[in-house]
Design a protein around this ligand. Structure first.
Ligand SMILES: Cc1cc2nc3c(=O)[nH]c(=O)nc-3n(C[C@H](O)[C@H](O)[C@H](O)COP(=O)(O)O)c2cc1C
Length: 172
């Protein structure tokens, strides 16, 4: 069963929609889920009660913290990463290589690796989209081979699973 590195940031709706619109459909497509949340996303999901539902979809621990030195790596290497929803802040940090939490650490290590597919799905407000550095961040990510697919609070997120190169059962 192929491993999907599912990463989520603190965007509008993540505390209600991540399980039903992304994680469960991905598991149903055969992916073994290695889920990493930003610290803020984890706080939101715990507060909404969705964290435990998410954790029940996978045999791997849902992470937001780094391991201690000497601890085994809790996740195997994913064959693909899906960052959804990706906040303006975390997308900018990814483009700049700022790995200041576990979610960004796994994404920064995967970006630029030709053997690992990376899909990034930013959800930005019109105000966030106007930031002058944003086009450069998108160009950096696309130049590194990432597939960038914006998502919206108004549309179901599930369609971004179609942008993954394989389904979970295609590769061991
Ligand atoms: C209710 C609420 C909804 C938010 N929705 C978004 C959003 O959809 N997109 C976004 O980029 N930031 C959004 N933000 C701002 C982010 O949560 C904020 O920038 C945060 O620092 C992102 O942290 P993270 O990327 O580490 O998860 C929202 C904040 C709040 C309080």
């Amino acid at each position: 069963m192929a491993v999907l590195g599912l990463v989520a940031a603190a965007c509008y709706g993540v505390d209600r929609r991540l399980h039903d619109e992304i994680a469960r459909p991905a598991a149903e497509r055969g992916w073994r889920l290695a889920i990493t949340l930003t610290p803020t996303a984890e706080r939101w999901l715990r507060e909404s009660g969705e964290f435990d539902r998410l954790a029940a979809l996978t045999d791997l621990p849902v992470r937001s913290q780094s391991r201690l030195p000497g601890q085994a790596r809790p996740h195997p290497d994913p064959s693909a990463f899906l960052f959804v929803p990706a906040s303006a802040s975390s997308t900018a940090k990814l483009a700049l290589g700022i790995a200041d939490n576990q979610a960004l650490t796994v994404l920064c290590e995967a970006l630029g690796n030709p053997r690992v597919h990376v899909s990034v799905c930013p959800q930005l407000s019109p105000e966030q989209l106007r930031h002058p550095a944003w086009p450069g961040h998108l160009a950096t990510l696309r130049g590194a081979g990432a597939v960038v697919t914006p998502v919206s609070p108004d549309q179901p997120w599930t369609s971004v699973l179609d942008a993954l190169p394989v389904t979970g059962t295609d590769r061991p």
